[in-house]
Design a protein around this ligand. Sequence first.
Ligand SMILES: Cc1ncc(COP(=O)(O)O)c(C=O)c1O
Length: 389
Amino acid sequence: MAKELASLMKNELANVEASAILQFDKDISQIPGIVKLTLGEPDFNTPDHVKKAGEASIAADHSHYTQSPGLPALRQAIAAFLANKYRAHYDPETQIITTIGASGAIYASLTAILNPGDEVIVPIPTFPQYLPIIKLNGATPVYIDTSVDNFVLTPEKLAATLAAHRDKVKAIVLNYPTNPTGVTYRRAELEAFVAILRQYDIFVISDEIYSELTYGAPHVSLGELLPDQTLLINGVSKSHAMTGWRIGYVAGPAAVIAKVGLVHQLTATAAATMAQEAALEALQAGPDDGLKMQVEYQSRRDYLVQQLNELGFTTAKPAGAFYVFARIPERFGHDSLAFAYRLAKEAQVAVIPGSAFPAGEGYLRISYAASMTKLETACQRLAAFVAAN
Ligand SMILES: Cc1ncc(COP(=O)(O)O)c(C=O)c1O
């Protein structure tokens, strides 16, 4: 009986697989003494002042629903944060929805805009989660493989892909700083994209969740450069080490946000009240909390990139987020899953195989959201493994 019922389920789910990253992480977590550089989560704790705001919310019995788009004060704080940091101006009343993490914002945004048969341009490699959501909505991802251009989307490829798909394309998903490569785009590059994107009636889903973790130059948002077409996605998960609190948001044109808000309402009603109050404190009293962590991430990045390069793993120097995307040296072959399992079993170092990302085969994603001590241990073990093989 159960088997028959399972065969009656939504067709699109047949094309959707569970997260390869979470599966790999689960598999290797059993290995005793393993050093994990796998997950994309800050190793920092949520700042104390933010935790206290969460505790105070619970103590004050703020255990009721909020308005579906989120507490008005939180939406005002989000609007102020986006305006002050990124010159992106949104009306808190009509242009911002507080969601369950950035994940909730991605799901609500894509679900609100996609019809079956639509196409969505996705530069790859990228955060894999967009793809099943696109497919669940009956739409099709159209990939732009950036691996041949040092993982940088070029205006030429963007223009050519849009032109070739102009009949069906509904949206493009951009993520920068990019998971898994750490590549980010500066103002001039974004302006070149904007000049092209303006020529099409398409949505730009701009996932800027790593915006506070850029190295070298401040982040520039498409919320500033292309507000009429952009659904700007962000949240406090990475900027304030608050992944478990599950607070993200989406900002965009009012008429579009109204519909995105409907999907959010139907799936979540509202984000958790105490988590919203903690996020309010984070954005209002600690808008620069992320910058302190960013300094630490930057020195870890420099250390890791240097070590990897010395061991023969070539990497582009990542300019944001907390990942290094490293090419496996030729003599170890191209099979990243096999290499990552070997490394986990023989050297007790866990990294994500590039094959977890489309166009990522032959690479490893190494997260430096881990203490310097862990990074040093991992690099020593990797060096011993490389020397022995
Ligand atoms: C690019 C990108 N977007 C969104 C998310 C999800 O963020 P959240 O935990 O706020 O749902 C992640 C998490 O790793 C990510 O890497």
